[in-house]
Design a protein around this ligand. Structure first.
Ligand code: SAM
Ligand code: SF4
Ligand code: SF4
Length: 329
């Protein structure tokens, strides 16, 4: 199944909730948000039915995300219903220690935890909650249950740019592969400015000599090895986007399909699902949407001469589907 730019549909990110127990400055800088109505949230059975239709079309990798996915009750119950070659979870880790074992037993393959700092005061400032200790416990639990994990760090100039070496050392001690993520101007990042971005080039300069590793494929991260063999990644969505290889679709918790992180319009799948469409009909619907896809949002953003936040706070208030925490990062 190829889109209009000949890109296959191979991975799906499913947001299971738009709610979150942190307020990261780059994602949810406000305290209050307009949440999706509860009656609109897909049940686990509904998510599983849609996921199966995506699988019929060629999706091999599924990632659960949010908002904070572990806020949704009994997430392991959803994991049990999903059958994919690669089944992963992205979480802020706050609630992971209590759930890691049941998630693995339910069939989850891998976990990525977002970790931007190891300093409690900085964490409090950046995420506006005092939860670093729970996150670290969650990371330790993921290591125990899954043997290792990935860690995602959004690098912001003037915020955590001085912690790259410490984060790498921590990742090594946890058998984790760390990925540095450039600060993106996605919906929700209303405080974004180009000056705040630490680019891929600057990250590499700070980390020290590193060899690029081959075989990236459609993965967002370029991987590198340090002289001591430690492998890390960089996701350079802001300065060196990878839209040409993007094989990812996104499903919101209320059943809307987005074909790009920057897409302003999605396709409602909840209504057809709830009106009883068959799996074949749903597959046809997905085929039509993906076949017409020509998004290359990050590349278009990079080409802009003057660049600020993608969406204003006003627009976000009117259309929460534009928020990164709604469409699933
Ligand atoms: N709450 C979970 C978490 O934080 O891992 C999952 C959802 S969160 C939206 C998914 C990822 O998006 C996180 O790794 C987060 O760091 C990233 N993210 C959110 N806003 C971003 C931004 N403005 N630039 C870069 N990455 C961002
Ligand atoms: Fe932070 Fe993830 Fe919550 Fe966004 S959704 S505020 S990145 S924890
Ligand atoms: Fe894919 Fe859109 Fe991100 Fe480009 S901006 S990599 S097309 S999701």
């Amino acid at each position: 199944m190829l889109d209009a730019l000949q890109r296959p549909l191979e991975s799906l990110r499913v947001s299971v909730t738009d709610r979150c127990n942190l307020r990261c400055a780059y994602c949810m800088p406000e305290e209050e948000y307009h949440w999706l109505p509860r009656t609109h949230l897909l049940s686990y059975e509904e998510i599983a039915r849609l996921a199966a239709a995506f699988r019929d079309l060629g999706v091999r990798r599924l990632r659960l995300t949010g908002g904070e996915p572990l806020l949704r009750r009994n997430l392991a119950g959803l994991v049990e219903l999903l059958d994919f070659e690669d089944l992963a979870l992205t979480t802020n880790g706050v609630l992971l220690a209590a759930q890691a074992r049941e998630l693995r037993e339910a069939g989850l393959h891998r976990v990525t935890v977002s970790l931007d700092t190891l300093r409690p005061d900085r964490f409090r400032e950046l995420a506006r909650r005092d939860s670093l200790e729970q996150v670290l416990e969650g990371i330790a639990a993921a290591r125990r249950e899954f043997g290792g994990l990935k860690l995602d760090t959004v690098v912001m100039r003037g915020v955590n740019e001085d912690e790259l070496a410490e984060l790498l050392a921590f990742a090594r001690s946890m058998n984790a592969e760390l990925r540095f993520i450039e600060y993106m101007d996605v919906g929700g990042a209303t405080r974004w400015s180009p000056e705040r971005v630490l680019s891929r080039t600057e990250i590499l300069e700070r980390v020290g000599p590193a060899e690029p590793l081959p075989g990236r494929g459609s993965a967002p991260a370029e991987r590198f090895a340090l002289a001591d063999g430690q492998v890390f990644g960089i996701v350079a969505s802001t300065t060196a986007p990878f839209c040409a290889d993007c094989d990812r679709a996104r499903l919101t918790a209320d059943g809307r399909l987005f074909t790009c992180l920057y897409a302003t319009r999605g396709t409602d799948l909840r209504q057809p699902l709830r009106s009883g469409e068959s799996r074949e009909q749903l597959v046809e619907r997905l085929r039509t949407v993906w076949g017409a896809r020509s998004d290359r949002g990050a590349e278009e953003r990079t080409a802009l001469r003057r660049r600020g936040s993608f969406v204003s706070l006003e627009e976000l208030r009117q259309n929460p589907h534009l928020e990164m925490h709604t469409r699933g990062g």
